[in-house]
Design a protein around this ligand. Structure first.
Ligand SMILES: [Zn+2]
Ligand SMILES: [Zn+2]
Length: 152
């Protein structure tokens, strides 16, 4: 986790990350990357758009998706697809972590990699396949939903 920053600092930090990744620095990219960095959880594009446009002014969802795709391709942001829900985004830490997803509220939280190095699962595949990563999603019910409506 990065320490919470306020004011200009997240934007400056985002600009530095963009430059390190060899990307052109734009206000939209800085604002979206800063929004991803400051989020304590995995947010979808619309939530990030609302945060980013405090800096950019009016920002369309399509523009937000375009920026997120560029940031993901550059390895700065990690995108997690959950069937039936919009993709969620977080800063890419290259720690090979997995996710728990609540079946009721779609809350998502990180689960440490059980082994620590990718790939952490050995699939039954012929050796001609070059396995580089295993992404595991654990599905279940989060504590909040369990408290609100315990299983019968
Ligand atoms: Zn839940
Ligand atoms: Zn995560």
């Amino acid at each position: 986790m990065t320490e919470p920053a306020t004011g200009e600092e997240p934007m400056a930090l985002a600009a530095a990350r963009l430059r390190t990744a060899g990307m052109r620095v734009t206000v939209q990219r800085m604002a979206v990357l800063a929004a991803v960095s400051e989020a304590a959880c995995h947010l979808d594009a619309d939530a990030l758009r609302r945060r980013a446009q405090r800096v950019t002014g009016g920002l369309s969802l399509q523009a937000t998706y375009n920026v997120l795709r560029a940031l993901t391709e550059a390895g700065l942001v990690r995108c997690t697809q959950i069937p039936g829900h919009p993709a969620r985004y977080e800063v890419e830490h290259r720690d090979n972590h997995h996710h728990f997803v609540c079946l009721r509220c779609a809350a998502i939280r990180d689960v440490e990699c059980t082994v620590g190095a990718a790939p952490c699962l050995e699939p039954q595949l012929p050796t001609e396949y070059d396995i580089q990563e295993a992404a595991v999603t654990f599905w279940g019910v989060c504590p909040g939903c369990r408290a609100a409506a315990p299983a019968p």
